[in-house]
Design a protein. Sequence first.
Lengths: 525, 312, 272
Amino acid sequence: MKLFSAAALSVALLLGSTVSSLAVERGGVMTYGRYADSLFLDPVLNDANVDIWILSNMYDTLLLPTDDGKGVQPGLASDYKLADDGLSVTLTLRDGIKFSDGSPITPDDVIFSLGRASTPDNGIWGFLISSIAGIESPDAKTVVIKLNRPDPAIIPALSVFNTAIMPKAAFEAAAGTTDTEKAEAFSAKPVGSGPFVLESWERGTLMKLVKNPHYWDMGEDGQPLPYLDGVTFEIIPDDATRILRLQSGELDGAEFIPFARVAELQAADGIAMELYPSTKVNYITFNVRPQIEGKDNPLSNAKVREALNYATNKEAIIQIVTQGVGTPMTSFMSAATPLQSGKAPLYPYDLDKAKALMAEAGFADGFSTSILALAGNQDDAGITTALQQMWAAVGVKLEIKQVDNATRTAQYRAGTFEMRTAAWTDDIADPSEITSYFAYSPTIDALHSGWKNEEADKLFEASQSETDAAKRAEQYARIQDIFNAEGPTLPLFETPYPVALSKKVQGFSQIPLGNNIFRAAWLEK
Amino acid sequence: MPLSEFIARRLLQLIPTLIFILIVVFVLVRLLPGDPTSAILGDRGTDADIDRINRQLGIDRSIPVQFWLFVKSVFTADLGNSIVLKRPVTELIVQRLPVTVALTALAALIALCLAVPLAFVAALRRDQLADNAIRGGFQIGLSMPVFYLGLILLTVFGAKLHWFPVGGYGETFLDRLYHLILPATTLALSLSAVLMRNLRAAIIGVVDAEYVSFARAKGLAPRLILIRHVLRNALISTVTLFGLSIGTLLGGAVITETVFAIPGAGRLMIDSIYGRDYPVVQGLTLALAVLVSITFLLTDLLQAWLDPRVAR
Amino acid sequence: MAAARVRLPRPLILGGAILGVSMILAIFPSAFAPYDPIAFDYGALSQAPSLAHPFGTDNFGRDVLSRIIHAYRIDMQIAIFATVFAFVFGTIVGAVVGYVGGRTEALFGRLVDAIITFPFLVLVIAIVSVLGPGLINMYIAVSVVGWVFYARIIAAEIKVQKRLDYADAGRAMGYTHLRIIFRHLLPNAITPAVVYWMTDMALAILLGSSLGYLGLGAQPPAAEWGVQIADGKNFMTTAWWISVFPGIFIILTGLGFSLLGDGLAEVMRARK
């Protein structure tokens, strides 16, 4: 039985926070520079990180991710209990919780929100809660989620953006007939359950969030969170301008600092250059089908892939592309992902071994191939140019094709690419999401690579309803061993989230899943 | 032909042009690899997800059917909804296009104010120090990539001297104008260099031509010659060039808008092409085309006024 | 027409010299570049200018000077191929249309309007996306639009010229229309187009740089000034030499084209 008491946790939190020496100061609006604007701020129907990473400021989930991104803590629900048979979760809602318009958050809202999120036709995130069979409410404070199978990932899933709680009445009152139309109308003037609420939004320029006066959580001073009166997002796509604006004091924070500028900002006065730990992995995907558009494909040979892995000097790439900020990968999933089992960096640079493997595979003289890079992306240009140079040593002639995202995705989905650059960030504090995309072939053909491993597929299916934590860890260790040894990728490096803040900013964080957390942020006067 | 008839005829001529543009842009955006859904979802969506969402958006229908629906919607002044931003295209155009128009107009004004007087100085002091200095200066301005020049202006006049804001776009009219000065200057420099060179060459050509010598011989005062003959004649090709350049400026303000974080139509256009947001690309192309056509009309009127022979 | 000895104007000599040297560097880059322009040197990442590397090294440890020299080949190509077809074709069409006038001119006007009102970047990005990235597709995209500018400039000039006395004289003497257009009117009308062409070549290098910045121009590892500037953009505060030196060469080459343009204009005026 797993019972977490909210009281015990909040004591722990309180103890943790009293250690900080500064007394919080309330008020003020924090201005944060983003590289791109959000597209669609609906918890269920969104589909991009630009939405996901700020949604949690507007909509709370029943449970919240912990700051290290590996676990969960109580959110709108003060208690949660997974049944012994693993087939239901019982949650207790907090007393007196309200939406930003002052109306109470009831079990009806929870049933509506989770029901909407798990409807297969709504958006692309339903798979995270595919185990939900039904939701019931025995009394005005309790919600019981019935599962169709034991699901070890259900608890973290209840802290993911798509299970956020929305007001049923207000949503249904929105204009439109379909769910999509209602979501579009509702998101223009939303009522939320998170610490902030959308006030105004000028697309491509400015998004203003203001404090939700009815938010449930308390700050260190015993008053309701958030400390800030509001958060303003400014959209500044150009890296240099975003930094310049921070330096001139017009912004309090700026995301996606290019790695080339990190050292300089670390040394700058009045600026705190943060490198938040992340679940971001950067890698190359190989197409491993025996033939690509009728031509024999050397990459279908696992030895060739191994050779390319050994021929890649990852330390050098980390220096060139991330200016030493990145770290080598020890498994296909990031070190911050739960159940990651990697120990040592994968495929340390070994040119002799690479040459031997190429000869063994029958490609002693090398071959010609190509890689898709994202046009205009300096990191991609750096990575692919480096690979081009490094692989020349084993006779591989690499053509770089810079294309836009839609073209790349079209070739990726059609299986006509040879290689491509790629990056991944987890959305849930569980290894199942990344594994289903990378190693479990039924989802998207293992990153559309055409790779398939029966054992990995079986292990993943078993792990999806494995309630014994130790057994599940073993299954994941084995999947990682298989994938890391012969999988369709070339792991490059892990990178943190580079965020530059004014020294005035306290209590802000970006968790490893990418969510920007403003609920406890405050500004020193 | 009276002026009103001239204008009416030009506006009528606009219709086939716009239809041609609509067909080309409609086909062109659909020739682009990929579709809006996979552009947004990128690596995450499964094939089933993407097909389902495409069906919901109605972009799985055949191109002729889509084109018919599109033409119908144009006649009802409804350009559809953005696939990516989920807002009406007309609303986006109304938000974004004026920004770019203001930026371009200000840039054009700055370019003219720089180019015309300096072209005269350069032409009349041909090959002297002033001429060489002016041409050298413009050459440097012309040769600087916009993202480079913009960054230098932002660093010096924004971050260091605090004369202007570092990028962004204000909230009131005057504030916005103030925000637009640096980006407009950036955009203006290359245009003013082109105009200055052309105008200088034209002035020299006119000054050397026989009819000015003839005017001089007739005993007209030098200043009168300058204004009546030289400026008028020299401006003919410059006005053509100016009109043509406005179109390029309008469509090409993308990088300026990116560097200075200005939410203009150029950026929306690029984002929409990359995002395969067909309705926005179509609507914006149409709106830009109308605007550019109006600019051309004005240019032609100006030219007719400068040189009545052209209008005949 | 003055039969006197033609003295070459100074701008022509200076511009010609700059471009002459440019052409030599473009044809024989390896003879002048001290290093391999694409070879990495991990021991010398982002090094400041020194005796060994007069313009420093970039973030891959590649010698910036050697890359600049090798970039001459691509950038001179861009300057010429992105404009020459537009210039020739645009001039011919513009001359004929301006001379004939009437319905042809009206029809031409519609075509020009349609092409010019079409947002340029949409066309370039669309063509490059459909055909694939690279320089040749960029030339195609730029030329499809570019010729119109020359045509309009020439047409406007020809319309003025053909009403002057000497055109009537030509007609009175029974010359063919083609002869009047290309032997008599065009030489008098072409000056602004040539001047514009020279500017256009410098602009083409810049456009190549903007497209390189968007990843649509020259593909790595090829060295191209615009791409070099874009590559160094993030290092402006820490390693300015990566983008500043290529920028200087863009300016220098642009200056060469401009001087040549002015010089040519002078020569043509002198011959009138």
